[in-house]
Ligand binder design. Structure first.
Ligand code: AMP
Length: 218
């Protein structure tokens, strides 16, 4: 079966999640985000969730074994059989190897989407970001305020600031990203299926650009 796989990458706060939601609506494929999957495990207080809580709070990468486990479980679900949007994977060389050797098949149609953003914008976005622990919806205290202060528009749950959205963890996540993206970029460039997007441009413009570039690659 021909699967379409969209691999989104960019520093934390560059807008991967927002672009992922756009692709979900456009193509009807699921957003597969290890970060979201792990946060869900944490909320549900599962064995994996308890194991991972401290690591995530510090903004450190989770162990490969755990990530593989939640990822493979998600990819086996029925809605991911025609393709998926991968948001936040791979994040190091071992994960890239796993992706290219064990997940991607020859018949898959790949799209690599790199979203760029400068450090200042990222820090500003992340420190004002609030998220719903129930459904993952994200808000920004200045630019995308919830309708009722501190409450999720979709389900009314009290919004939280992610533990890794504090300065020390942000700095670590940015450093890790800079190191980890190098191999992925080399790999993506070789496929000639890389789209680069400016994550600081107005959303309507990045969406238009993304749609146009995706069409060109079809
Ligand atoms: P994110 O929502 O993508 O910012 O990820 C939040 C946190 O989940 C990260 O700081 C890591 O602790 C963990 N995480 C997400 N994706 C990965 C991954 N591919 N490998 C290891 N840890 C991950």
């Amino acid at each position: 079966m021909l699967r379409k796989i969209y691999i989104l990458f960019g520093p934390p706060g560059s807008g991967k999640g927002t672009q992922a939601q756009f692709l979900v609506k456009k193509f009807g494929l699921p957003d597969v985000s290890p970060g979201e999957l792990l946060r869900h495990e944490e909320t549900m207080q599962t064995r994996i969730g308890k194991k991972i809580a401290k690591t995530m709070k510090a903004g450190k990468l989770a162990g490969d074994g755990l990530v593989k486990k939640v990822l493979l479980k998600r990819l086996k679900m029925a809605d991911a059989q025609n393709g998926f949007i991968l948001d936040g994977y791979p994040r190091d060389r071992a994960q890239l190897k796993f992706l290219s050797k064990k997940i991607i098949k020859k018949t898959d149609q790949l799209y690599f989407i790199e979203i760029t953003a400068d450090s200042r914008t990222i820090r500003q976005r992340l420190s004002y970001r609030r998220v719903c622990p129930h459904d993952g919806a994200t808000y920004h205290l200045l630019n995308k305020k919830p309708k009722r202060a501190g409450k999720c528009d979709l389900c009314g749950t009290k919004l939280i600031r992610r533990e890794d959205d504090y300065p020390q963890a942000i700095a670590r996540r940015l450093r890790d990203y800079k190191t980890s993206v190098k191999d992925l970029l080399v790999y993506a460039k070789k496929t000639k299926r890389l789209i680069k997007l400016d994550g600081t441009a107005p959303l309507t413009r990045t969406r238009r650009e993304l749609s146009k570039r995706l069409k060109e690659l079809n």
